[in-house]
Design a binder for this molecule. Structure first.
Ligand code: ZN
Ligand code: ZN
Length: 135
């Protein structure tokens, strides 16, 4: 099967997927609790590359920035190293960006500090990883 990396180059995408075991690394950043199907998933989404079929076809994981708010635009995301990216299934990916879009929409205009994006924020110098998924 030919898998086209949706955001980043093939080498980086492959590195991210190998590290992730070709399984979605979402641990709830999308808003879903990924523990519903039992302890087997250990709170992590269990969708894997090529092993699931969605309405849009075979599931192909996306290499998504761990800090989608500050690094979510295409040019930035494409330049990130593998360790700054998380493997996400399209469902979690869409849900995370829907949450961000909604949060941005809900921001009061010209008002700082009322909305916290802590759950997505990672200090670039920090070794800590965002909730998007720990390696
Ligand atoms: Zn997922
Ligand atoms: Zn998820």
């Amino acid at each position: 099967m030919t898998v086209r990396p949706p955001i980043v180059g093939a080498a980086v995408w492959t590195a991210v997927m190998n590290r992730a075991g070709h399984r979605c690394e979402c641990r709830g950043a999308c808003g879903k609790r990924h523990s519903a199907s039992g302890s087997r998933t250990q709170g992590r989404c269990d969708l894997e590359n090529g092993k699931h079929i969605s309405k849009k076809g075979e599931v192909v994981l996306i290499a998504m920035p761990r800090d989608p708010i500050n690094e979510g635009d295409f040019a930035t995301a494409a330049s990130l190293p593998a360790r700054r990216l998380a493997a996400m299934c399209p469902l979690c990916y869409d849900a995370v960006f829907a949450k961000i879009r909604k949060a941005v929409k809900d921001l009061p205009p010209q008002d700082d500090g009322l909305f916290s994006v802590e759950e997505f924020r990672v200090d670039p110098a920090s070794k800590k990883q965002a909730d998007v998924g720990a390696a």
